[in-house]
Design a protein. Structure first.
Length: 498
């Protein structure tokens, strides 16, 4: 039955498209091809007029937009157009346009883009409108928009046809406007603090700066394989070595991994680094960024995400990874000193260690956290002091060399950012890279590669540095109360239709 309905809809659409093409052909034969128009002098937007009605009342304006509604009533009609920020009604009559032009106007379809010149007034129902003196067809819509009352609801179709989604679902447009505001506010805050925004390569000869499976490509001119970046970290830290005190980059990252409501193969992050700072400074900056952006964009630090009330007001909870596990499970890894003890405990709790090359106490601590703790962290929380095995770029803790000065941000049971007191010891960094290479050779496709040039940079000398990476898309999901990452990406990755 569903297949039959789909076939009927396709037949209807094909029939309507044919009618629209015939209308276009008729216009072209009359020398009125809308696609030959190269420019239209619009003087105002619908939003400007509706916001400042007193200023424009009885004044001539020229507006333009897509027809989203139309009501024909003999010798007079109403139509509503939608532009980039609002919609506005227009009164169109045969007396103003003339018989031929009015007849032509009546053939225009929902979805056509038109320009209207006329004066601003209010109807008897107090609706702000434009009394049309002239109507110009600027673009013919050859494919009908989704049916008015049902709209475009299928998520898969919405993501594939974002252009249509933006037309028929105004709330979607607002989401992406909010996205733009969030990104602007983050930049403004960092710029005011003296950070310099930079650009680093997307194509690299080495995959590094994170633990992730990269996309691989080939450079024909150089005849070498290259990788799309999985992080901006190593290049940004090279700039700290070069003498910049504060740098950041906001840009696309590419990881050849699974897709779900939290993950898209390409996504946006911000990474920033500050010389002479540590991970405690990064905690302070994180609280400031999240709370200031929320206040500026939403007017409050108290938000609701998927039915959960969340308070972004500083100061946030801070707890070590080991203490967080103890708090939730009662298990204290400070009392578990060897790899053997940790592995035995994991087996007793039914926690599988997926990679036999990672059977260490540190890896088990990470697995316990993932299994028991992460989902419980609803209010903003800093989890700090991560095992060295899962932190190849973070500085060791003086008090316990098995741990690092690293934290991650958790809100609503999800991770939003990752920060370190950056490792600046080239000897230690080299040894950790070697361990990553060994893991990679053992079959771990997410393990990092040896970056000899980065070691050379550290050998020249990098000051004590604090750094953080924040998932911009996840932050936008949080502040727009969006369920899926696809809801806040204009063009998410989709499998081609057969």
């Amino acid at each position: 039955m569903q297949e039959n309905n789909q076939e009927e809809q396709e037949l209807d659409i094909n029939h309507l498209m044919q009618i629209r093409r015939e209308k276009l052909q008729e216009l072209q034969e009359k020398g009125k091809d809308p696609f030959e128009i190269t420019k239209f002098n619009r003087t105002h937007t619908a939003g400007e007029i509706k916001t400042n009605y007193e200023k424009y009342e009885e004044k001539d304006v020229t507006v333009a937009g897509r027809i989203i509604a139309k009501r024909i009533m003999g010798k007079a009609s109403f139509c509503t157009i939608q532009d980039s920020d609002e919609k506005i009604q227009s009164y169109v009559s045969i007396n103003d346009l003339g018989e031929e032009n009015y007849k032509e106007f009546k053939t225009y379809d929902i979805g056509d883009i038109i320009g209207i010149t006329g004066f601003v007034f209010k109807t008897r129902t107090e609706e702000i409108s434009v009394h049309a003196k002239e109507v110009t067809l600027l673009s013919k819509s050859l494919r009908p928009l989704p049916e008015k009352f049902h709209g475009l609801k299928d998520p898969d179709l919405r993501y594939r046809q974002r252009y249509t989604d933006l037309i028929v679902n105004p709330e979607v447009k607002k989401t992406f406007e909010t996205r733009s505001k969030i990104i602007k506010e983050i930049r403004d805050i960092l710029d005011e603090k003296g950070y310099i925004e930079v650009d680093t390569p997307i194509l690299n000869t080495i995959s590094g700066g994170a633990t992730a499976r990269p996309f691989k490509t080939h450079h024909n001119a150089l005849n070498i394989d290259m990788y799309l970046r999985i992080a901006t970290e190593l290049n940004l830290k090279r700039l700290i070595v070069g003498g910049y005190d504060k740098v950041y980059e906001m840009g696309r990252i590419f990881r050849n991994e699974g897709m779900d409501i939290r993950h898209n193969p390409e996504f946006t992050t911000i990474e920033l680094y500050a010389a002479y700072q540590d991970y405690h400074d990064m905690m302070d900056l994180t609280e400031e960024l999240f709370s200031k952006v929320a206040t500026k964009v939403l007017g409050t630090t108290k938000i609701t995400y998927q039915g959960q009330e969340i308070d972004l007001t500083p100061t946030w909870k801070k707890i070590s990874m080991i203490d967080s596990i103890k708090e939730v499970t009662g298990i204290d890894f400070n009392q578990i000193q060897t790899d053997e003890e940790a592995i035995k405990l994991a087996k007793e709790k039914g926690i599988e260690i997926p990679d036999k090359t990672k059977e260490t106490r540190g890896d088990v601590i990470s697995l316990f956290f993932d299994e028991y703790v992460e989902k419980t962290l609803i209010q903003p929380t800093f989890i700090y002091d991560y095992p060295i095995e899962i932190s190849p770029l973070a500085k060791r803790k003086k008090e316990d060399k098995r741990l690092t000065e690293r934290f991650e941000i958790f809100i609503g049971g999800r991770e939003y950012g990752n920060a370190f007191s950056e490792l600046n010891d080239p000897i230690d960094q080299y040894e950790r890279f070697k361990k990553q290479v060994e893991a990679r050779e053992a079959g771990d496709e997410e393990a990092g590669m040896m970056d000899e040039d980065f070691i050379q940079a550290l050998e020249i000398g990098m000051p004590p540095t604090g750094g953080i990476g924040i998932g911009i898309d996840r932050l936008i999901m949080l502040l727009t109360d969006s369920t899926s990452i696809r809801d806040i990406l204009l063009f998410p990755t989709m499998k081609p239709l057969a």
